[in-house]
Design a binder for this molecule. Structure first.
Ligand code: FAD
Ligand code: NAI
Length: 465
């Protein structure tokens, strides 16, 4: 058998890649990870999940103070925005967490190969001018922003920006246009709206948040409007003209009609992300991409090329950090000869706005396509904790198979929906019925009781409504 420098070489140190590397090392495999960025952690830790949550958390406090919500609780404050300090705490969080991964690499004796890797053959990559060989190579190169044809992103100038630029704006734009009413647009649009921007979201489809449950999408639209966002649904951007520090965004109805110009101080392009495969040299190993530019794998995350595996945003499925992490663990276990599995039917998704929006499993629409369902709903208004905390917006919805009662999907809009959805995911992973959830004792008073009551509503007997 050929001698290799490593048992496992992972390309990319995002949540997929760094987790794969750590698990491989834990399993006794000699492991290296190539990363071209100056810090480990990938999109998620550097410019994604973590910095966006740092800004969401801080801006929520600002809005609570500025909107008078705290005064209502008997806490009088006169808030003043210190945006530089807000950015500072964001940078500190990123620094702490990316440094933490570097520590974990050292602890697990993983070699960080600094630079972008390119395949020479299926067992050899070149990183920073050096050839490195490995018995197994895991592609975990992630994704980057999908550009909008004809619209140039310039994060340094800070007028037309992508999510990375929108995290870094040096001042609060008076008017902001968000192109794309998906997860990034709503999270980062919320940050700047809370800090004082007039935000207009231009969405091509007739509802926000494609892929989520229809009722949830409708309710989300209502709530964001109530918060002061202007929503232009069923609308497309046909051009963005930048003059100095101002932009003019031309939009028209997606179905055709009169054009309109919206002026803005900042424009966020957030119309999706695409897999990073350019420059990897996949042609050298004969690995082809699917129509969406993704690398296809089998259930074990093996590609068609022997010894080459792929995980995370670069393969099909939701582009989410926890999906990438679980695939990272599974691929390392499969390489080590164990059985690594990810249940792609139970991957929760959370939008970290206020309230949070979360779901796991099938939407009601998708579930109905598969057969008869029973649906139970419970409004947060009737949940004692949400009501006491003055957080009445939202609802929980449990979708169960009409015949077997097995839970097929759970959807929540609630202040802490992201935390609540974990129990739904766990229940579904264990094959729970709605009755199982309804008869599980939930602590009182908690928002999670709304999940219990929605489960009770599946068979028509919630207590508090
Ligand atoms: P990535 O994190 O993209 O990491 C890939 C790494 O590979 C990068 O560091 C890149 O530099 C490196 N790389 C690429 N090519 C090479 C090469 N040839 N050689 C060496 N290195 C290479 N998901 C959530 O679940 N929750 C959230 O709250 C959330 N918030 C987000 C907010 C924003 C603004 C964005 C943009 C994304 C967010 N996501 C969130 C999505 C999440 O960041 C991704 O799903 C996740 O990072 C994917 O992990 P990954 O390991 O596949 O790839
Ligand atoms: P997205 O796919 O969530 O939303 C993009 C939106 O843009 C869609 O609603 C789409 O219909 C719309 N759109 C596409 N082209 C358009 C056009 N020309 N004009 C107007 N609208 C247009 O993508 P987004 O928000 O860029 O996020 C990318 C990925 O990052 C997502 O897949 C998401 O999973 C991940 N992410 C996850 C987060 C989380 O888990 N909380 C937070 C942020 C990102």
């Amino acid at each position: 058998m050929a001698d290799y420098d490593y048992d496992v070489l992972v390309i990319g140190a995002g949540p997929g890649g760094y987790v794969a590397a750590i698990r491989a090392a834990q399993l006794g495999l000699k492991t290296a990870c190539a990363e071209g960025r100056e810090t480990l952690g990938g999109t998620c830790l550097n410019v994604g999940c973590i910095p966006s949550k740092a800004m969401l958390h801080a801006s929520e406090y600002f809005e609570q103070a500025a909107s008078g919500a705290m005064t209502k609780l008997g806490v009088k404050v006169t808030p003043e925005l210190d945006l530089e300090a807000m950015h500072g705490q964001r940078r500190d969080s990123v620094k702490g967490l990316t440094g933490g991964i570097e520590f974990l690499f050292k602890k697990n004796k993983i070699d960080w190969l600094k630079g972008y890797a390119q395949f020479r053959d299926a067992h050899t990559v070149e990183v920073a001018g050096k050839s490195v060989t490995a018995k197994n190579i895991v592609i975990a190169t992630g994704s980057s922003v999908t550009p909008l044809p004809g619209v140039e992103i310039d994060n340094d100038k800070g007028v037309v920006v992508d999510s990375t630029g929108a995290l870094e704006l040096a001042s609060v734009p008076k008017k902001m246009v968000v192109i794309g009413g998906g997860v990034i647009g709503l999270e980062l649009g919320s940050v700047w709206r809370r800090l004082g921007a007039e935000v207009t979201v231009v969405e091509f489809l007739d509802q926000l948040l494609p892929g989520m449950d229809g009722e949830v999408r409708k309710e989300a639209g209502k709530l964001f409007k109530k918060q002061g966002m202007t929503l232009k649904l069923g609308t497309k951007v046909t051009g963005v003209e930048v003059k100095g520090k101002k932009a003019k965004v031309t939009v028209e109805p997606a179905a055709g009609g009169d054009a309109e110009v919206i002026e803005a101080d900042a424009v966020l392009v957030s119309i999706g992300r695409r897999p990073n495969t350019e420059g990897l040299g996949l042609d050298k190993i004969g690995l082809e991409l699917n129509q969406r530019g993704q690398i296809e794998t089998d259930h074990d995350f093996a590609t068609k090329v022997d010894g080459v595996w792929a995980i995370g945003d670069v393969i099909p499925g939701p582009m989410l950090a926890h999906k990438a992490e679980d695939e990272g663990i599974a691929v390392a276990e499969n390489i080590a000869g164990l059985t690594g599995i990810v249940n792609h039917d139970v991957i929760p998704g959370v939008v970290y706005t206020f309230p949070e929006i979360a779901g796991v499993g099938l939407t009601e629409e998708a579930a109905k396509e598969r057969g008869a369902v029973k649906v139970g709903k419970f409004p947060m208004l009737a949940n004692s904790r949400a009501k006491t905390n003055h957080e009445p917006d939202g609802f929980v919805k449990v979708i169960a198979d009409a015949e077997t009662d097995r839970v097929l999907g759970v959807w929540c809009i609630a202040s802490v929906a992201g935390t609540m959805i974990a129990q739904a995911a766990q229940a579904m992973e264990f094959g729970a019925t709605s009755e199982d959830i309804a008869y599980t004792c939930h602590a009182h008073p908690t928002h999670s009781e709304a999940i219990k009551e929605a489960a009770m509503a599946v068979t028509g007997k919630p207590i508090h409504i």
